[in-house]
Design a protein around this ligand. Sequence first.
Ligand code: UT7
Length: 312
Amino acid sequence: MNVGVLGVGKYLPPKILTNKDMEEIVETTDEWIRTRTGIEERRIAEDDIDSSDMAFFAAEQAIKRAGITAEEIDLILVATVTPDTPFPSVSCMIQERLGATNAASMDVSAACTGFIYGMATGSQFIESGVYQHVLVVGVDKLSKITDWTDRNTCVLLGDGAGAVVLGEVSADKGLLAFKLGSKGSGGSHLYQDDQDHLIMNGREVFKFAVKQMPQSSVEVLEKAGLGKEDVDYLIPHQANIRIMEAARKRLGISEDKMATSIRKYGNNSSASVPIALCESVEEGKVKDNDLVVLVGFGGGLTWGSIALRWGV
Ligand code: UT7
């Protein structure tokens, strides 16, 4: 049984915070943020919009595009580190709101790698014949755990959600391989403190990511029995353009073959990969039969990659 993506969806809050706006909040410059990170602006959700709202909007779109009804979903996996509340889970909240009356629901916590963990997990239920349709959502409202006085982190982050519906696809299409990993000893480089703020040792995370992202990309291709030359499109976690470039160069693909939604949205944590995937599909950059590599890393530390033959 081949498992692939039947539909994609995303939600970005309308409120834009530009780098110029950030200059009013902390001591920084548009030039510093642009050249060190690739970010030009980010989206920030209003107070009355929480993670479950954004997850719901993205999920609704993905289900519609998949051409199924909410009742046909067997499992909802929501990757998030900023749930509305520790419990009930965001997945239960959207299960009710979507009317997914036949779905089991749980949240996945693997920070920025959460969506890739969710997709890999969800695909197993379908491949084994247990379930037919799995909804996987990546959502984070990082603005609620951002220390708005810390220029090392606040300029990087943004809010949003992305979603996919997984289901059976035709032979040769869908997920070809995945690789997941973790290293708890690096947990102190990126965590939430007792004030609920996101704390990051940027340099340490950078060093880890710039090595791990290219490595994960190559490893998943090897596992799928493919090579760098087979890759049509790269969708890396949108954390820093310099880290993303390291992965792109390792694969030897041209700039136009990599998603760069980071410019408009910043780092959306669990939501960054599905938002970039959704946008790439909408813009026609990911086409039928393309070999797509999704790759991410995040707090934990965690990392993961997926090789995917696009299409149904
Ligand atoms: O998804 C979560 C994973 N997180 C990440 O992937 C982040 C990984 N890390 C990074 O992307 C980069 O390390 C940063 C963008 C966070 C920082 O870039 P960097 O090139 O590693 O800068 P740095 O930490 O080495 O800092 C260079 C200088 C420092 O000043 P001093 O100590 O050299 O005087 C910082 O204080 O830049 C300063 N700086 C800033 N200056 C202006 C740090 N943040 C800012 C800022 N504006 N916003």
